[in-house]
Design a protein around this ligand. Structure first.
Ligand code: GDP
Ligand code: MG
Length: 600
């Protein structure tokens, strides 16, 4: 396939607008998968994706398609829609020349439609808007088309109306991709040059690298070099995703495919790297900006003996998700572990689930926190990823000039009738409203600057409930600004527990102090002694609660004579299933560590 017969494209959209379903239909039309009449979202390969019904990993698939008597090689990349995974989207776009912007004709433009459009537009990609779900009785394709014109200034006179579910209009999609999206540039005669844009670990061939070949060609046995590390590799396998790994004899200019080259450790695969052939160095491609972690959380093995195994699992999983940052962390309460940085709380949650399901890990996770900055009087600025790094009261007084927290620029889109409650929501979350404009006569787009910490807690849930699910939300980072921060500590039986501490804005401390103490009281089980819970800040007690000791006579009544033995047995059985950690004499369940962030 010469480059003019290749098309590399992706599908971008707001979550649930039908990307994965459209990918299914296209794979069926081209015979990559058989027609079953079911919506299988075959590219959602991970268990977590199937369970949650969302895409978290971009996946690619190659298809062969005949158009006007010519054969084409089409490479499709399905991308996630949720804001937490936009790093996946931007990486995928670097391997494409164009993209389909899919919009649900009933819902119209949503916040991630806007965010994803600007990602693609910024990359200089050709964008083909397509309206999906026109089979729905509530579909208003004309209205959605007007919104597209007004928000993105793309003419929509020939816009396709499709239903990825029923198959209506699907025949027109690939011809439109061939006509509107330019073929990849590059030359077959130039030295081999390829962008590494995704990696994963395969049981059989080890580290797999997904590459976009920018110039030249590559085959098995070739010797290649990583621009990033200078390391030389021999190519053991090349192939395309069809939709699983399928070996081919070579990969040519313009193609997207995978290579396996016996990388010894997962750390060697560096997303954004440029490969070239040994003795034929090339100018490296610009690569990607590293993802900026917005949320940090500690991960610890429940059983310290599993540290090494967990270390290896985390490494393998981060190979498949290069946007996670990893640092070692030691906690007085929880021992050796890691501090991981994520792009958002859904990202964090998905990572935890993948660690547990794909790697069978038995872990404890601490409450997420945003990264804070401390500016010292001597001019030094320090990043804080964990509350235990927060300066104590004396240092704060004598050496700290100011504390800073991260902000985001957010976009909210919703029907006009929610304007009042959305404005209120932003102001109760310390937001700073910037503009509001109308996308059409009844849809509002609101721009607001918010502290990232508010988003980590309950902003999103409140947004959904206050708008009955009709508001959508997206954000991008907007730097640090001064903020009055304080540390909240939690004492169990008089002993501070570092893993339960939190840093927050001064205005939240009184409420949070009371809420956290109450919530801990609810989740800590009674034991054979009283457990006192205190929350403090700067040495002052904010709230106290007590978990009363288990009274023997009460259990005797409930369980009959051998209650103690029975309870012990029951407890033992539960312990196998429940994640518990002993802090001093007190047993804490996993929920206790997360109680700092779930606002009531
Ligand atoms: P994604 O998040 O953009 O990948 O969206 P999915 O492909 O997972 O689809 C989300 C939901 O919308 C699923 O329940 C699909 O069955 C449904 N869906 C997708 N396309 C259509 C369509 O054309 N019509 C209707 N009625 N439902 C659709
Ligand atoms: Mg999807």
């Amino acid at each position: 396939y010469p480059p003019d017969r290749i098309r590399n494209f992706s599908i971008i959209a707001h979550i649930d607008h039908g990307k994965s379903t459209l990918a299914d239909r296209l794979l069926e039309t081209t015979g990559v998968i058989s027609k079953t009449g079911k919506n299988r979202q075959v590219l959602d390969k991970l268990k977590v994706e199937r369970e949650r019904g969302i895409t978290v990993k971009a996946q690619s698939a190659s298809m062969f398609y005949e158009h006007d008597g010519q054969k084409y090689l089409m490479n499709l990349i399905d991308t996630p829609g949720h804001v937490d995974f936009s790093y996946e989207v931007s990486r995928s776009l670097a391997a494409c020349q164009g993209t389909i912007l899919l919009v649900d004709a009933a819902q119209g433009i949503q916040a991630q439609t806007v965010a994803n459009f600007f990602l693609a537009f910024g990359e200089g990609l050709e964008v083909i808007p397509i309206l999906n779900k026109v089979d729905l009785p509530t579909a208003e394709p004309e209205r959605a088309a007007l919104q597209i014109e007004s928000a993105f200034e793309i003419p929509t006179n020939n816009i396709l109306h499709i239903s990825a579910k029923t198959g209506l209009g699907i025949d027109m999609v690939l011809p439109s991709v061939i006509e509107k999206i330019p073929p990849p540039t590059g030359s077959a005669d130039s030295p081999f040059k390829a962008l590494l844009f995704d990696t994963w670990y395969d049981k059989y061939v080890g580290v797999v690298c997904l590459i976009a070949v920018k110039d030249g060609a590559i085959k098995r046995g070739d010797k290649i070099v990583s621009s990033y590390s200078g390391t030389k590799y021999e190519v053991a396998e090349v192939g395309i995703m069809h939709p699983e790994q399928k070996p081919t004899t070579q990969l040519q200019v313009g193609q997207v495919g995978y290579i396996a080259c016996n990388m010894k450790t997962v750390a060697e695969a560096h997303v954004g790297d440029t490969f070239y052939k040994d003795k034929h160095p090339v100018e490296p491609l610009p690569g990607f900006e590293p993802a900026k972690s917005m949320v940090f959380a500690g991960i610890f093995p429940i059983d310290a003996g599993e540290f090494d195994r967990l270390n290896e699992s985390i490494q393998k999983l981060t190979l498949n998700d290069s946007s996670v940052s990893v640092h070692k962390e030691t906690s007085a309460a929880l021992g050796q572990g890691w501090r991981l940085g994520f792009l958002g709380t859904l990202h964090m949650d998905v990572f935890r689930q993948r660690l547990e399901e794909e790697y069978d890990a038995n872990i404890l996770m601490t409450s997420p926190t945003v990264p804070y900055q401390i500016k010292y009087k001597d001019g030094i600025t320090k990043f804080i990823r964990t509350p235990s790094e927060f300066p104590n009261a004396i240092v704060m007084q004598e050496r700290v000039e100011s504390t800073m927290e991260p902000f985001v620029s957010s976009t909210l889109i919703f029907p006009e009738q929610y304007l009042g409650s959305m404005l209120e929501l932003c102001s109760t979350h310390r937001g700073d409203i910037q503009t509001h404009t109308y996308l059409d006569e009844s849809r509002v787009m609101l721009k607001c600057k918010l502290p990232m910490a508010e988003i980590v807690t309950d902003f999103y849930d409140r947004l959904k409930s206050k708008s009955q699910g009709f508001a959508s939300f997206d954000y991008e980072e907007a730097g640090y600004a001064r903020s009055d921060l304080v540390k909240l500590e939690v004492l169990l039986n008089g002993e501070p527990v570092d893993a339960l501490a939190a840093v927050m804005h001064k205005s939240s401390i009184a409420t949070a102090g009371r809420d956290i103490a109450k919530r801990l009281k609810d989740v800590i089980r009674r034991q054979l002694f009283d457990i006192s819970i205190q929350t403090t800040s700067n040495g002052k007690v904010i709230a106290r609660e007590t978990v009363k000791q288990l009274r023997k006579d009460v259990t005797a009544k409930c369980y009959g004579g051998d209650a103690r033995r029975k309870m012990k047995l029951l407890d033992k059985q539960k312990e196998g299933k429940k994640r518990m950690k002993k802090i001093g004499r007190v047993e804490l369940p996993q929920e206790a560590f997360l109680s700092v962030m779930t606002k009531s």
